[in-house]
Design a binder for this molecule. Structure first.
Ligand code: BG6
Length: 327
């Protein structure tokens, strides 16, 4: 069989998008691409809860104690923080979008011609009477989640102001991405060197990151400001590198709760902090403001590749162009 015959046969077998029942009767969608990568998306929260490579290895972290039941947010995967990141505003921590039931978008924006993915789902969240009591605005939030042909996981958000009272609105935003790692003390984050950050553990004071890659030996909760568009997370132990690429999202949040906070969180296992690192494409420092009719777009793409990285080898720019061939 020629390679094109083989891929056609495989394509016939592959169910690219499958709707299923998840935990506690919540609806979920499974995405699969030809090489064998897959992702799982809960309509509750519009939340990616799994992303597996062609070997079936899980790449995202979900807490062993995660609660898949409204009104709790699911601990792990990729919660979407909107219309507020953190508790720095009038709304609840990280906004309400991660605790709402999204629907499948009946009228999604057309796919760009460069995007050949068949493994994608378009979700939508709109204002409700209930939410208008705490955030008095009309909006349409379209979220496309897709797997690229190389297995990369892409999330594209489009948020439109549909207010009819002529009023603008402002929001902050983050893809709270929990990556799975083998041992947090063997993880390095590259791409944030010399970048200014707000330290959530020190009243949001501003500091400047040192010239070395970021490593972990205690709790970290920082908002890096106006970062490069590519950040590499290197899991030495597993010989795996995640490359997070972002667009329309100037900031990046890095979070690991470490042992004390993990123990204090009822939906996080005591030792779970060892296996996770949150690196989040975000817009925190300068909120986005939209006038009626205006739309904002923010995208995050993650690639996971095998790496045999030794300190100083990685040029994220070069690395990324090798790893991503979908654009
Ligand atoms: C991170 C924040 O994004 O999310 C942390 O930087 C926060 O400050 C963490 O603790 C988890 O938040 P939550 O609301 O899901 O417990």
């Amino acid at each position: 069989m020629s390679s094109s015959d083989k891929s056609q046969a495989k394509s016939k077998e592959t169910v690219f998008v499958e709707h299923r029942m998840g935990a506690n009767g919540l609806e979920k969608v499974i995405l699969r691409e030809l090489r064998g990568f897959s992702a799982e998306v809960y309509l509750y929260g519009g939340q990616v809860t799994s992303w597996k490579n062609e070997l079936g290895e899980e790449l995202l972290f979900v807490s062993s104690k995660a609660i898949f039941k409204p009104p709790k947010a699911i601990r792990g995967g990729i919660p979407v923080c909107f219309p507020q990141f953190s508790n720095n505003g009038s709304l609840e921590q990280h906004g309400f979008a991660r605790k709402r039931l999204w629907t499948v978008d009946p009228d999604p924006p057309p796919l760009s011609t460069a995007n050949t993915s068949r493994a994608f789902i378009d979700l939508i969240l709109k204002n409700s009477e209930e939410d208008a009591k705490i955030w008095p605005h009309r909006y349409e939030f379209r979220l496309r989640i897709s797997l690229g042909p190389q297995g990369d996981l892409m999330l594209t958000s489009r948020i439109r102001n549909t207010n009819t009272d002529g009023k603008p609105f402002s929001f902050t935003f983050a893809y709270l991405t929990h990556l799975q790692v083998t041992d947090i003390s063997e993880v390095r984050v590259e791409g944030l060197e010399t970048i200014d950050y707000l330290d959530n553990l020190q009243n949001r004071q501003r500091f400047t990151e040192q010239g070395d890659a970021l490593t972990f030996e205690s709790e970290v909760d920082r908002v890096y400001l106006r970062t490069p568009t590519k950040i590499a997370v290197i899991d030495h132990e597993r010989k795996r590198t995640y490359v997070v690429k972002k667009d329309g999202l100037p900031d990046a949040v890095v979070w690991n709760p470490w042992d004390k906070k993990s123990k204090a969180m009822p939906d996080l296992g005591d030792k779970d902090y060892l296996r996770m690192i949150c690196v989040q494409a975000a817009c925190v420092e300068k909120p986005i403001t939209l006038k009626p009719g205006e739309e904002w777009k923010g995208r995050q793409q993650i690639t996971a590749v095998r790496s045999s990285y030794c300190s100083g080898q990685l040029d994220p720019q070069r690395y990324f162009s090798m790893a991503i061939r979908t654009e």
